[in-house]
Design a binder for this molecule. Structure first.
Ligand code: SF4
Length: 376
C-alpha cells in the first residue's frame, strides 16, 4: 500500500485530481492526517463514504509509522520502537521536561505556562522529542551504540515526521498550547539524508504547524549538508547543533573518523555561513569521555576554539552514557562540573544535559533498538 502520510497538501491535492476528485480534498486529507492525527481512512469522516474504499482500492492508506513498543524509564522518559510500513523499526524518545539541552538557546524563554492556562492536568509542562533520521548510521562515532548497526537505510520524510506525529498523538499534545521541542539527534546523521530530513521539517512546519525555532538538528559536521542548510529559508530552518565532542583535531579524529574528511576549522568556517536569527546561538554538543575528552586542558582548548570561531554559541555537555561493546569510561562528576566552570569562566555559556532514560537505553548515544530495559 502507498502511504498518504508524507505527502504535503499540494501533493495530496495532485493525487486527488489524478483520481478525478476535486483539488480541495487535498487540504481536507492534510487536516485529517496531520492535525487531527487520524490513522485510518475509515476515520476520515470529512471524505464522502464512497471515497474511502475508493482510496483503498487504488492502493492508498494513511500509512503513518506506529509506535510498536514502549519502554518507560523511572524518570518519565519513554523510548519507542516506531515501526515503518516495511516492518523496519527506529527509535524515538519522549523526554518530559526536556533534558536541559534547550537551556540558553531561546526555546526556554516563553515560560508563560500555557498548560495551566488551558486548565488541563498533565504530568509535564514542556517536553522534548528526540527523532531518528536513518535506520542505523554510517558515521561511526566510536562512543555511539547506533554506529554499531551500520547504515541500514534512510528514512523517508513521512517516516521522520511520523515519529513526531505518533508521539504528539500518544501524549495528546495540543500544538499551539503545549511547549514541545524537537531534536533531530536520534539514530542517524540527518545531513546524510538531507532531502528527507528537510522534507520532514517542511511537513512538521507547514502541515503539523510546529515552529522551526523549537527544532534543533545536530550534525557530526557534514560540510556539504551545512552548506545546503545555510541556504534554507528562516521560516523552515531549525536551529543548528554541531556534535563537537573533542577539543582538537587529533582527539576528534580518533573518536569521530568523519573529522578526517572535514576537520574542525572547515566545519566552523561552513557554520559561519549560516545566517542566524536574532538571539539564536549555535550549540556545540560535547560528550565527555572519562580520561579522553574531560581533562581541564581540554576545557581550556574548547573555550578557545569556541571563542575563536566568532560564533554566538553555547556548549551542551553530556556525560557519556555507558553502553555494551564500547570501551570508554564515564567521566567523574567533579570533572564534568570543573569542565563546565572553565567554559563559563571563559565567557562561554555551558549547560549540562541531564541524562534521561539511562535505564531503558534512551540516553544520548544509546539508541540501538535495545529491547531490554525499563517497563513496557
Ligand atoms: S553520534 Fe550520531 S552521527 Fe555519530 S554514529 Fe551515532 S548516530 Fe551517527
Amino acid at each position: 500500500m502507498k502511504p498518504l502520510f508524507g505527502l504535503d497538501t499540494v501533493a495530496l491535492a495532485a493525487r486527488m485530481i489524478e483520481m478525478g476528485e476535486p483539488a480541495w480534498r487535498g487540504p481536507q486529507l492534510a487536516e485529517a492526517i496531520y492535525r487531527q492525527r487520524l490513522t485510518e481512512l475509515r476515520e476520515i469522516t470529512t471524505l464522502p463514504k464512497a471515497m474511502r474504499p475508493k482510496l483503498t482500492a487504488e492502493g492508498w492508506e494513511v500509512g503513518r509509522p506506529r509506535i510498536a513498543k514502549v519502554f518507560c524509564s523511572v524518570d518519565g522518559t519513554e523510548r519507542y520502537l516506531v515501526q515503518c510500513q516495511d516492518g523496519v523499526t527506529v527509535e524515538t524518545v519522549w523526554m518530559p521536561e526536556g533534558d536541559g539541552g534547550e537551556i540558553g538557546d531561546g526555546s526556554d524563554l516563553d515560560a508563560t505556562d500555557k498548560d495551566r492556562q488551558g486548565g488541563i492536568a498533565k504530568s509535564w509542562d514542556r517536553a522534548t522529542i528526540c527523532v531518528s533520521s536513518q535506520v542505523g548510521c554510517a558515521v561511526n562515532c566510536q562512543f555511539c551504540l547506533t554506529a554499531k548497526l551500520g547504515l541500514q537505510r534512510n528514512l523517508t520524510a513521512g517516516e521522520i515526521a511520523g515519529q513526531v506525529v505518533a508521539t504528539l498523538d500518544r501524549h495528546s499534545v495540543v500544538v499551539d498550547r503545549d511547549r514541545v521541542n524537537l531534536v533531530f539527534m536520534g539514530m542517524g546523521e540527518p545531513f546524510l539524508n538531507y532531502d528527507n530530513f528537510m522534507g520532514a521539517v517542511a511537513l512538521l512546519v507547514r502541515e503539523v504547524e510546529l515552529s522551526p525555532q523549537r527544532m534543533t538538528v545536530s550534525t557530526s559536521g557534514i560540510v556539504p549538508g551545512i552548506e545546503r542548510f545555510a541556504q534554507e529559508p528562516q521560516e523552515l530552518r531549525p536551529k543548528l547543533a554541531i556534535s563537537l565532542n573533542a577539543p582538537n583535531d587529533l582527539i576528534r579524529q580518533e573518536i569521530m573518523p568523519i573529522n578526517r574528511k572535514w576537520n574542525i576549522e572547515t566545519v566552523m568556517e561552513t557554520v559561519r555561513g549560516v545566517k542566524l536569527r536574532s538571539r539564536e546561538r549555535i550549540t556545540f554538543e560535547y560528550v565527555l569521555l572519562g580520561g579522553v575528552t574531560d581533562q581541564p586542558e581540554h576545557a581550556v582548548e574548547v573555550a578557545r576554539l569556541v571563542r575563536r570561531s566568532g560564533l554566538p554559541a553555547k556548549v551542551n555537555l553530556i556525560a557519556w552514557n555507558p553502553g555494551p561493546e564500547i570501551a570508554y569510561a564515564m567521566p567523574h562528576g567533579e570533572a564534568v562540573e570543573r569542565f563546565r566552570e572553565t567554559l563559563v569562566n571563559a565567557g562561554i555559556p555551558a549547560y549540562l544535559r541531564r541524562p534521561r532514560g539511562r535505564d531503558i537505553f534512551a540516553a544520548c548515544g544509546q539508541l540501538k533498538r535495545t529491547v531490554e530495559g525499563g517497563s513496557e
